[in-house]
Design a protein around this ligand. Structure first.
Ligand code: MN
Length: 288
C-alpha cells in the first residue's frame, strides 16, 4: 500500500496512491461508512486495525487528483522525531575521507526541514556549499523501546525516499553538524510511503540521484554499514520510538563533497531522487 499526504488550503489530507491517482481517504471513508483516522501518524499507529478499511478505500474510494496535479506534503508532516545517520555507506565514508565508523553517527533534523515532493527549497543567504544526499527513510510503525535486532524490521511501518540536503560549510564549521543540516526545507521526503510488506528486504534496494538530469549517485542499500534493523534496534535502546518517527539512514557515494571539482548546488538546480519501488522525489532549489 502507498500512502501520501497532500495539501488543501492550509491543511493536510491523507491520500491512498493507486497508480498515478490519489484517493481521498477521509471523504471515501465517510462515503463507504468506514472508520479511518484522517492523519498519517494516526493511521500508522492504527494500521493493524484499519488496514482492511484502507484496502476497501483503495479499491472503491473517491479520486482527489493525481500525484502530479495535487500539492504533495511530506508524507508525515509532523513527526515527533527525525533521526539521521551520517557516514553509513562504505564508499561514502571513503569519499568523505573519514574512517568507517565503528558505531553509528547520529544527528537530528526537525519538522521545519521537511518538504514535500515538488516543493521549492530556499538556499539560505549564509550557506555557500550546498550538497545533496539521497537516502532511504524508514518510518517507525509502533511505539517501542529495547527492540531486539531480529524484531526491529517489524517496528518499521514503511519506507520513503528522502534527500538529506546539507550545507557543508555550515556543517563543518564546528564539531556538531546541526547548523548545516537543520535548515528549513533541507529534508524533503516523498512522494509517498510504501508499506514495509511491499518493500521486502530494505538492504537490497537500488538508489539514485540526478542533478539537472545528470546521474550523480547510483548505489544500493546493500552498501550500508549499519542496517536499518541495527539502527532501529540501537536507537530504541536509548529512546522510545513513536509511530511516524523518521529515520534517514545515510547516503551512498557520489555527493559533491566527494568530487574532485566541487560545484555546489545553486538556485534553479533540480534534484531527483529515486529508490527502487519507492518512486521519485523531485525538488527545485530557489533563492532565499
Ligand atoms: Mn545524510
Amino acid at each position: 500500500m502507498k500512502l501520501c499526504t497532500y495539501r488543501e488550503g492550509s491543511g493536510f489530507r491523507l491520500g491512498l496512491v493507486r497508480g498515478d491517482e490519489v484517493v481521498d481517504v477521509s471523504t471515501s471513508a465517510a462515503q463507504l461508512g468506514l472508520s479511518v483516522p484522517g492523519e498519517m501518524k494516526d493511521v500508522i499507529a492504527d494500521y493493524p486495525a484499519c488496514r482492511r478499511a484502507l484496502v476497501e478505500i483503495e479499491e472503491k474510494g473517491a479520486v482527489a487528483g493525481t500525484l502530479s496535479n495535487l500539492r504533495l506534503a511530506p508524507p508525515v508532516p509532523n513527526p515527533q522525531k527525525i533521526l539521521c545517520v551520517g557516514l553509513n555507506y562504505r564508499k561514502h565514508a571513503e569519499e568523505s575521507k573519514m574512517p568507517i565508523p565503528s558505531s553509528p553517527v547520529y544527528f537530528a533534523k526537525f519538522a521545519n526541514s521537511l518538504a514535500g515532493h515538488g516543493d521549492e527549497i530556499a538556499i539560505p543567504e549564509v550557506a555557500r556549499e550546498v550538497d545533496y544526499e539521497v537516502e532511504l527513510v524508514a518510518i517507525i510503525g509502533r511505539r517501542c523501546r529495547n527492540v531486539p535486532l531480529e524484531e526491529a524490521l517489524g517496528a518499521v511501518f514503511g519506507y520513503a525516499v528522502g534527500n538529506d540536503l546539507s550545507a557543508r560549510d555550515l556543517q563543518m564549521r564546528a564539531s556538531q553538524w546541526l547548523y548545516g543540516k537543520a535548515i528549513d526545507g533541507f529534508a524533503p521526503l516523498g512522494p509517498y510511503i510504501v508499506t514495509a510488506d511491499e518493500v521486502g528486504d530494505p538492504q537490497r534496494l537500488g538508489l539514485r540521484l540526478y542533478l539537472n538530469g545528470e546521474l550523480r549517485q547510483n548505489s544500493s542499500t546493500a552498501d550500508m554499514i549499519f542496517s536499518v534493523a541495527q539502527i532501529v534496534s540501537d536507537l530504541s535502546r536509548i529512546m522510545t520510538l513513536e509511530p511516524g518517527d523518521l529515520v534517514y539512514t545515510g547516503t551512498p557515494e557520489g555527493v559533491i563533497l566527494g568530487r574532485e571539482e566541487k560545484v555546489w548546488l545553486k538556485p534553479g538546480d533540480e534534484l531527483a531522487c529515486e529508490i527502487e519501488g519507492l518512486g521519485r522525489l523531485v525538488n527545485r532549489l530557489v533563492k532565499d
